[in-house]
Design a binder for this molecule. Structure first.
Ligand code: ADP
Ligand code: MG
Ligand code: MG
Ligand code: MG
Ligand code: MG
Ligand code: MG
Length: 692
């Protein structure tokens, strides 16, 4: 979530009138930023993670796990909390982390106190940092409250008591939900306003239908007995029985179902804007694959679903498109908008020669006035399209105090649009009045139950991003295929049984072996490093690798020959008979270019080995299954093997309670889960570990 203003939010009718104002000034603000930083170069790799938590109260008497709605109080305590901890708990070199509010009143987000650098030491401190943040969060909660890194709460919106304290959905004034009380939402005016304005702009209540997992005794057709079909408090109450709620589906009707999910995000700084654009593009096809591999949300509103991931639920949660934009009603001009404002990236943005125009094969509606404004200022076509595509959206919240701004000093209006486009990647321009450079954010992953897993994925993605730069890797496939992969990634068991479009050769066209880029001659790279050339081992992860020029004679075959369908396993470890060494192969080749001590390498290998096992199909090593499950598969199996589960898809209060107890015990290392984690897992493991 972006910056939280204090102020008075406008109603939807007022907001609409300022939409063009916000867009026009948002563009002016972007152009001021552009003029200031377009030639900025030489920023080192700085990077950081964002981990989201849901705080859950374990009520041992009633055997109920409930969402604790104390965010405001807890965050106040956590502000500058480091001073409260004993030296034992505080890693020597660590700055106090930041805790941020989130959409749900049971949620919080934490980020490291300062970004990590490219040093190997920082890479290996990620897990400790995450563990430290979790320890801090735990310390400021009540004895029976626990911060879970859990993607979707299984019993959000079920009948009965699922929050502490309990509230009735009958007073859901901003969402009009049949299931979620308004009290589930952060009380800051930004959040109820977003909720209400999405509903107003859309012209109806949110309607999400997730296919239910049909188990042995699931009634067919499944007509959900927990929907209050005949409530009549809000005008939309009859929607459910009038077709909004589909049979054989889990129906959800409020933004909170998606915005109340937790995820894991990573932000990387680039040397300059061109490198940021190349990195953005390279990670676009990786995003759905990482979604499949981190899948962690198979239960929704008390039922097992036939999907494993949160993505489409959130997309539906904030889908503020009008019926015309959703092409449900005919419209005079073509106003159809293909996707929700929360969805996969629509456009590659690099001007590098490896980005062929044919890869951008989707219709990308854009705001023509904003596009012209950007082009007239000299912004290249792709970037102008990217920005003006984001700017087809209306602002969701405007505060009356912030309508008129100094466009040379503020980027508030720009951010109002930018940060309410929630895509798999975000291209982040440098903010005003700060040292921060061009960054990209990787946003598709589901949060994992342990810091070990979250650190493994963070470390893997940062290493992959360096491999992409160092070897000039090319991951481009048509963006329509990336979209297809997004759908496939969410299907049940996609990490094992799914197939994904992926590039057959990741070397740049015209090359048959990796080209190792030596640092360029840009301002940040000292001549010493330059003269060492490609053979000298690097001491840290870095930015600033020159991209290679197009070779003179490249035969361009048909695009369709550039990619094929692969399993997640093939994408990670390579495919028999193909030249692609897999994402793990390129990461390992990159690590070989680093000057890493044996001990550090072992620690990195722990993370990579974990990812290899997660990505690999079942085989047995001395009677132990070697492959590891996704959290989604593990949760599904837990539910289905619980004595009180009736094989009717319903996840009752007792199953949910036992599940959350088990997850907490696994996280703390007091319960083994060899299907999910390495046998030697302990919290914040490795040679840096401290006993807690
Ligand atoms: P948002 O919610 O907009 O995505 P956050 O402030 O929650 O952003 O998180 C930003 C992340 O970026 C944090 O992990 C932070 O450590 C990291 N970060 C901060 N400064 C930089 C920088 N200069 N370059 C890269 N990452 C940074
Ligand atoms: Mg967040
Ligand atoms: Mg954040
Ligand atoms: Mg933020
Ligand atoms: Mg973020
Ligand atoms: Mg390069």
């Amino acid at each position: 979530m972006g910056l939280l203003h204090l102020g008075t939010p406008l109603t939807w009718d007022e907001t609409k009138q300022y939409a063009d104002h916000v867009r026009e000034h948002g563009i002016i603000q972007f152009l001021h930023t552009w003029d200031r930083v377009k030639d900025r170069c030489g920023d080192e790799l700085l990077w950081g993670d964002e981990v989201e938590y849901m705080v859950i109260t374990l009520d041992n008497e009633t055997k109920n796990a409930k969402l604790s709605l104390r965010q405001t109080e807890v965050l106040q305590k956590l502000r500058n909390a480091k001073g409260d901890l004993t030296d034992d708990d505080t890693p020597a070199s660590m700055t106090a982390p930041t805790f941020h509010p989130e959409y749900g009143r049971y949620m919080q987000e934490s980020t490291p106190g300062s970004p990590y650098t490219g040093s190997i030491q920082d890479l290996l401190s990620v897990e400790i940092n995450m563990h430290y943040r979790r320890t801090l969060a735990r310390k400021h909660l009540k004895a029976n409250e626990i911060p879970f890194t859990f993607t979707s709460f299984p019993r959000l919106g079920t009948p009965g008591v699922f929050t502490e304290p309990h509230f009735s959905p009958d007073n859901a004034k901003s969402s009009h939900s049949l299931f979620l009380p308004d009290e589930i939402t952060n009380p800051h005016p930004r959040f109820p306003t977003i909720t209400a304005n999405i509903r107003s702009r859309r012209g109806s209540k949110i309607a999400i239908n997730v296919p239910i997992f049909i188990d042995e005794r699931t009634p067919r057709p499944f007509v959900d007995p927990t929907i209050p079909w005949h409530r009549s408090i809000y005008p939309e109450d009859p929607d459910a029985k009038n077709g909004a709620a589909l049979n054989d589906h889990i129906y959800m009707d409020a933004a909170g179902f998606g915005m109340g999910c937790c995820c894991l995000q990573l932000t990387f700084q680039s040397c300059n804007v061109d490198e940021a654009r190349l990195m953005y593009d390279a990670l676009v096809p990786v995003a759905p694959i990482m979604l499949a591999l981190t899948a962690a949300s198979p239960v929704w509103r008390g039922y097992l679903a036939d999907v494993d991931c949160r993505w489409n639920v959130i997309a539906g949660s904030v889908d503020d498109r009008t019926p015309e934009e959703r092409s449900l009603k005919p419209s005079k001009d073509n106003v159809v908008v293909p996707k929700s404002r929360y969805d996969s990236v629509d456009l590659y943005i690099s001007n590098d020669w490896i980005n062929k125009p044919e890869y951008n094969d989707e219709r990308v509606p854009y705001n023509e006035a904003n596009f012209k404004h950007l082009r007239d200022h000299g912004i290249d076509e792709l970037l102008a399209k990217h920005i003006s595509h984001l700017f087809i959206r209306d602002p969701l919240v405007i505060f009356s105090e912030a309508i008129h701004q100094d466009d040379t000093a503020s980027t508030d209006h720009f951010e109002t649009i930018q940060s309410s486009n929630w895509q798999t990647l975000r291209f982040k321009p440098p903010p005003p009045n700060s040292e921060i450079g061009w960054r990209i954010e990787f946003r598709s992953m589901e949060v994992q139950m342990t810091d070990f897993e979250n650190a493994a994925f963070a470390v893997f993605i940062v290493l992959l991003s360096r491999a992409i730069l160092a070897f000039n890797l090319n991951f481009y496939i048509p963006i329509s295929k990336v979209d297809a992969n997004m759908g496939r990634a969410q299907m049940r068991d996609a990490a094992r049984s799914g197939k994904f479009h992926f590039r057959k050769s990741v070397l740049p066209p015209g090359h048959t072996s990796p080209i190792i880029s030596t640092p360029s001659s840009c301002a940040s790279c000292s001549p010493v490093e330059w003269s060492q050339g490609a053979t000298a081992k690097e001491e840290k992860l870095r930015n600033c690798f020159p991209s290679i020029p197009r070779p003179p004679h490249v035969e361009d075959g048909p695009i369709e020959d550039e990619y094929e369908e692969m399993t997640v396993e093939e994408i990670f470890v390579g495919k028999a008979g193909s030249k692609f060494p897999g994402l793990l192969g390129v990461v390992e080749a990159y690590i070989d270019t680093l000057d890493v001590s044996v001990g550090d390498r072992l620690q990195i290998n722990k993370y990579l080995e974990f990812i290899r096992r997660r990505a690999t199909g079942m085989f047995f090593l001395s009677f132990h299954a070697w492959s590891l499950q996704t959290p989604a598969t593990w949760i599904r199996d837990f539910v289905r093997s619980h004595p009180s589960y009736k094989f009717d898809s319903a996840v009752n209060q007792e199953v949910n309670y036992d599940l959350m107890v088990a997850v907490d015990e696994i996280e703390r290392g007091v319960r083994r889960a060899p299907e999910l984690l390495p046998e030697d897992y302990v919290p914040s493991n490795g040679r840096h570990s401290r006993t807690t």
